[in-house]
Design a binder for this molecule. Structure first.
Ligand SMILES: NC(=O)c1ccc[n+]([C@@H]2O[C@H](COP(=O)([O-])OP(=O)(O)OC[C@H]3O[C@@H](n4cnc5c(N)ncnc54)[C@H](O)[C@@H]3O)[C@@H](O)[C@H]2O)c1
Length: 438
C-alpha cells in the first residue's frame, strides 16, 4: 500500500516511519525545507527514543522517503494522512486549522484515482466534513473519502505506542474507506489490536475526550496533593490507594507542577471552545484549564516560599522539557515557573539532557553541561522534569556542591526519608517534609 504523510513532525515522522515498518511504501512530506534536508542527510530533527533506527532501517529498505513536493506523493497514494500542527489560535484558544485546510487544498490538486484522506492531526468535530468540502470544491471529479484517525502516541515512547497501541480509532463514512484503513493497520489488526470504527464526528471527539479525561486525572491528583500538604497526608499513597481500584487505574495520578506539552493544554482549550460553541459547556474541563494555569504560578511561589527571598539567589533547575525523553518545550511548566523566579530576582542555572537547544529559544537562563555543573554553588536545587538520570544523583556530591542543602522536587522522585537521612531539607509535592538528619 502506498501512503503519503503530510507533516513530518513528532506525529507524522513517527507514524510514517512505523507505517513503513509495517511494509507500506511511505512518502513523508513537509513544507519545512530544513527538516526534509536533515532527514535526507540521515539526521532526525527531533529527539524521540528509537526513532533514528526505525527511520534508517526503512529508508535503507527503500520503503520510506522524504520530500517537499506534495503532488507526486499524493498522486500515487492509496491513503494520504494529514499530520500537520493544530496549535491554539492566538487570542481565542480555538484550534488553528489553517495548516490542515492548506494541506487539504494542496492534496486536492494532486489526487488521482480513489484515495482516502485521513486526518491524523487532532481536529475539532466537523473538520473532516470541512476538509471533504474543500477537496470537493477544488476537485468535483475526484474519487475520495475523508476519514478521521486520531493519534494517541505519547512523545518519549512514541515508537512503542505506535507499534502496540491500546486501540485504533477510525471514523469513516463508507465501507470502501474502512477497508483501506483496515489494510493500513493490518499488521496490528492481526495482533488483535482493537479497531474502533465510528462515525467521523465521533472519532474526532474521542481524541479530545481522551485528552481532557487524562488532563482531568492529573489536575485532580494535583488538587489532592494540595489537601495532603495541609493535613499531613501523602499523595503518593493516596494515588496508590485509589489507583489500585480497577475503575480508577493508577496511570496519570502523579502529582506535579501541572500538565504541559504539545497536546493537553491546547486540546483542553479547544474542547472548551467547541463545547461553548455548540451550547453544551463543560464546566469540568473549564475548571481543569483554570486550575492547571494557576498551578504553574503556584509552583513558582512554592519554590520562593522554600528558598525565602530569591533576589540575588542562584537556583539550579534540573529538567526543563514538559516531560522526560523528549526535547519538546511546547507549554512546558518551566516556561512559566522559571521566568516567575527570574522576575523576583533569582538567577537560574539549568540542565536538561535533550531539551537545551529547544529551550534556549524560549528561556533566557544559564544552561549547563550537566546536573552537577548546574548545582555547583546554587542556593537551592529544583527538580522540574523526571529524567531518569536525575533519579540516581550522587547525593553526597550534590550536598557538597550546593551552598544550602535545599531540594525542591516537583516530581516526587526521591523518598523523603532518604533525603532527610542524606541531610537535605527536601520539599516535594503533597508529601510530608522530614527534618534533615545532620
Ligand atoms: N505531539 C504529540 O505528542 C501528539 C500526539 C497525538 C496527536 N498529536 C496531534 O498531531 C498533530 C501534529 O502534531 P506534531 O506534534 O507532530 O506537530 P509538529 O509541529 O511537530 O509537526 C507538524 C509538521 O507539519 C508541517 N506542515 C505544516 N503545514 C504543512 C503543509 N501544508 N504541508 C506539509 N507540511 C506541513 C510543519 O512544518 C511541521 O513539521 C497535531 O494536531 C497534534 O495535536 C500530537
Amino acid at each position: 500500500m502506498r501512503i503519503a504523510m503530510i507533516g513530518t513532525g513528532y506525529v507524522g515522522l513517527v507514524s510514517g516511519a512505523c507505517l513503513s515498518e509495517f511494509g507500506h511504501e511511505v512518502a513523508c512530506i513537509d513544507s519545512d525545507a530544513g527538516k526534509i534536508d536533515a532527514l535526507n542527510a540521515g539526521r532526525i530533527p527531533i529527539f524521540e527514543p528509537g526513532l533514528d533506527e526505525v527511520v534508517a532501517t526503512n529508508v535503507k529498505a527503500g520503503r520510506l522517503s522524504f520530500g517537499r513536493e506534495l503532488a507526486p506523493a499524493v498522486k500515487s497514494a492509496d491513503a494520504v494522512f494529514i499530520a500537520v500542527g493544530t496549535p491554539s489560535r492566538r487570542g481565542d484558544g480555538h484550534a488553528d486549522l489553517s495548516y490542515v485546510y492548506a494541506a487539504a487544498e494542496e492534496i486536492a490538486r494532486g489526487l488521482d484515482g480513489y484515495t482516502v484522506i485521513v486526518t491524523k492531526s487532532t481536529v475539532p468535530v466537523g473538520t473532516g466534513r470541512e476538509v471533504e468540502q474543500i477537496i470537493r470544491r477544488a476537485r468535483p471529479d475526484a474519487e475520495f473519502d475523508v476519514a478521521s484517525n486520531p493519534e494517541f502516541l505519547r512523545e518519549g515512547s512514541a515508537i512503542e505506542d505506535f507499534r502496540r497501541p491500546d486501540r485504533i480509532v477510525v471514523g469513516a463514512e463508507s465501507e470502501r474507506a474502512r477497508a483501506v484503513m483496515r489494510e493500513v493497520y493490518r499488521p496490528l489488526y492481526l495482533n488483535e489490536t482493537p479497531i474502533v470504527f465510528t462515525a467521523r464526528e465521533t472519532a474526532e471527539l474521542i481524541k479530545y475526550a481522551a485528552n481532557a479525561f487524562l488532563a482531568t486525572k492529573i489536575t485532580f491528583i494535583n488538587e489532592m496533593a494540595n489537601i495532603c500538604e495541609k493535613v499531613g497526608a501523602d499523595v503518593q499513597d493516596v494515588a496508590r490507594g485509589i489507583g489500585l481500584d480497577g475503575r480508577i487505574g493508577s496511570k496519570f495520578l502523579h502529582a506535579g507542577p501541572g500538565f504541559g506539552g504539545s497536546c493537553f493544554p491546547k486540546d483542553t482549550l479547544a474542547l472548551l471552545k467547541t463545547s461553548q460553541a455548540v451550547g453544551a459547556p463543560t464546566r469540568i474541563v473549564e475548571a481543569v484549564v483554570d486550575v492547571n494555569e494557576q498551578r504553574k504560578a503556584d509552583m513558582a511561589e512554592k519554590i520562593i516560599a522554600a528558598v525565602g527571598d530569591v533576589r540575588g539567589k542562584t537556583i539550579a533547575v534540573l529538567g526543563v522539557t514538559f516531560k522526560p525523553n523528549t526535547d519538546d518545550m511546547r507549554d512546558a511548566p518551566s516556561l512559566v515557573i522559571l521566568p516567575a523566579l527570574q522576575a523576583r530576582g533569582a538567577k537560574i542555572r539549568a540542565y536538561d539532557p535533550e531539551g537545551t537547544a529547544e529551550a534556549k529559544k524560549h528561556l533566557d537562563v544559564t544552561f549547563c553541561a550537566d546536573a552537577y555543573e548546574a548545582i555547583e554553588g546554587a542556593d537551592a536545587l529544583v527538580i522540574l522534569t523526571e529524567w531518569n538520570e536525575f533519579r540516581a544523583l550522587d547525593l553526597a556530591r550534590v550536598k557538597s556542591l550546593l551552598k544550602t542543602p535545599l531540594i525542591i522536587d516537583l516530581r516526587n522522585i526521591y523518598p523523603p526519608k532518604q533525603m532527610a537521612e542524606a541531610g537535605f531539607r527536601y520539599i516535594s509535592v503533597g508529601r510530608p517534609s522530614l527534618a534533615p538528619e545532620v
